[in-house]
Design a protein around this ligand. Structure first.
Ligand code: TNX
Length: 527
């Protein structure tokens, strides 16, 4: 039987599934003669493609600026006529003679190259040379994302994720056409970003000690272990540049006013209590809050200035989650501030506090992003909401004409168990199997079409309290992050779990080749 006969029976294994795929007869053969032709604007993408293909091919395809009549080509180019496909859409046409990738903007050409890699035999992902025929099915693809925000949050605070692993994950996320990497950089258990003006943030705040007291669910070996690490500014710039070359924005998060214990451990004068405290060695919600005073604002402005200098992201995430206000309530100084400002309560104080931060960010042409608790006490002007406690916060924000990123915990919290198998590694709790991620629709039925336009997209979040190693991290991410990527990219009417599952079963070989850990799809049958 011919290879293409069987292909007709199943969808090409492209993840996320493109908007439209029309299969034609025949194949393009990629050989040593094949050249990648890229004009100036797509040159860097052509080089990335050449180096992505090189390990398996055993040679680096040449990247030329002009077509050469005698040489078969993979041609990359900008075509302004395709602007109806948006910033990130593209067309990809394969005939026996040529492969043509076109988009109105470079991002689209980049995504076309990611699709092309998935049209080749899966062995193309091998890290070492494979000797075989490199055929690409003749096909005509038109594709564009449903949402402009296709994100993944990594929690470097609870367990530090080394730079090399972050770069590897950027490649993996980009392969699935995700375009936002949200880095949770500060929390009670660690401050992971070098700030030149405040060296103790990492000297002290990046390390936690061993402890014997832990979370109620703590089994031996998971919590209570000493841990540390942080990214230098130079490393973060490398991460940002690596992501940018793959059309991905890195959104940094500095958690304010709660989840601040590591910062307060470094500089006790930042806290409400003005007393020494250690970097937290236990998970859960902690009471330490930043003091809402001018000295602390100055500190936060200084920190955010360095953050903005490293991260060109239009969005800066300021946290805002789970700040229990007991310390503010008990502090005469804070109560005095509430009175002087004419505010009703601590929720309004948080709203005022974050509004100050938001104004500062706006003065620097950045937009403030925060968890849905920033709705409490009044949503700061211009703020974008990340809806995590279900979709309610997202609905409220969109109805108030604020932009929203949907990250509801019942559908996208990858720290939850992915199966009922008792052999699953210990997780924080919850239950989020692959098909549930896949069933998520980022547009709530409650929204009008106009309000729905405020939903920028969706994101999966992987909190890392119970994720101590990079292999474990990958296991929690994959394949569920791929399901999220498809939900955020593919038109709703093209989403079909059985089809996704089939493509995924082919796709797994690509993950294996890239040394990415994941939960095998065949295990779904055992449930
Ligand atoms: C809630 S989601 C948190 C995190 C925890 C997570 C565990 C959010 C904004 N805050 O601090 O890690 O639950 O699932």
């Amino acid at each position: 039987m011919h290879a293409h006969a069987s292909l007709n029976h199943s969808e090409l294994p492209i993840l996320p599934r493109p908007t439209s795929v029309e299969r034609a007869e025949g194949y393009f053969q990629l050989t040593r003669d094949t050249v990648i032709v890229a004009e100036q604007e797509t040159q860097a993408i052509g080089v990335l493609l050449a180096y992505a293909l090189a390990p398996a091919l055993g040679f680096v395809p040449r990247v030329l600026t002009d077509e050469h009549p005698a040489l078969p080509a993979i041609s990359l180019g900008i075509d302004p006529q395709l602007s109806q496909l948006g910033q990130e859409g593209y067309t990809l046409t394969v005939t026996e003679e040529q492969v043509t990738l076109r988009a109105a903007y470079p991002a689209g050409v980049f995504y076309a190259t990611q699709t092309l890699r998935q049209l080749l035999p899966v062995e193309i992902f091998s890290a070492t040379p494979v000797s075989q025929s490199w055929h690409i099915p003749a096909v005509s693809i038109e594709d564009a994302p449903r949402f402009s925000w296709r994100g993944c949050m990594l929690d470097s605070a609870r367990h530090f994720i080394p730079k090399q692993e972050v770069l590897k994950l950027i490649d993996m996320l980009a392969l699935h056409k995700m375009n936002v990497l949200h880095l949770h950089l500060t929390d009670d258990q660690g401050w992971r970003i070098e700030i030149k003006k405040y060296p103790r943030l990492t000297e002290v705040g990046a390390y936690r000690k061993e402890t014997v007291i832990g979370h109620a669910r703590r089994p031996q070996g998971y919590d209570g272990i000493s841990h540390g690490g942080f990214y230098s500014q130079q490393e973060l710039r490398e991460i940002v540049a690596y992501a940018a070359a793959r059309y991905m924005v890195v959104v940094p998060e500095i958690d304010i006013p709660g989840h601040a214990q590591a910062a307060i451990a470094a500089y006790p004068e930042l806290g409400v209590l003005q007393q020494p405290v250690e970097v937290s060695t236990t998970w859960g919600i902690h009471p330490y809050l930043f003091n809402p005073t001018e000295e602390v604002f100055q500190f936060l402005r200084d920190v955010l200035s360095e953050v903005m200098d490293i991260f060109p992201s239009p969005f800066i995430h300021i946290g805002g989650d789970e700040a229990i206000k007991d310390q503010w309530q008990a502090s005469p100084q804070v109560q005095q501030i509430i009175k002087e400002l004419g505010l009703k309560d601590e929720d309004e104080l948080q709203s005022w506090f974050l509004s100050q931060i938001g104004t500062f960010l706006m003065q620097h042409n950045r937009r403030m992003l925060g968890w849905d608790e920033i709705l409490e006490g009044g949503l700061p002007a211009g703020a974008t909401v990340m809806s995590w406690r279900g979709i309610e916060g997202g609905i409220a924000a969109a109805q108030a004409r604020h932009d929203v990123v949907m990250t509801p915990n019942p559908f996208v919290y990858l720290d939850y168990y992915q199966s009922n198998d008792p052999a699953e590694p210990l997780a924080i709790g919850g239950y989020l199997p692959l098909d549930k991620v896949y069933s998520f629709d980022p547009i709530p039925a409650e929204l009008t079409a106009e309000q729905a336009r405020h939903v920028l997209g969706a994101q999966c979040n992987l909190w890392s309290e119970y994720v101590p190693t990079v292999k474990h991290l990958e296991y929690m991410l994959f394949p569920r992050a791929i399901a999220l990527a498809e939900v955020a990219w593919t038109p709703k009417e093209r989403l079909e779990f059985s089809d996704f599952r089939q493509r995924l079963s082919v796709h797994e070989a690509r993950l294996v080749s890239q040394d990415v850990n994941f939960r095998p799809v065949e295990k779904l049958d055992l449930e």
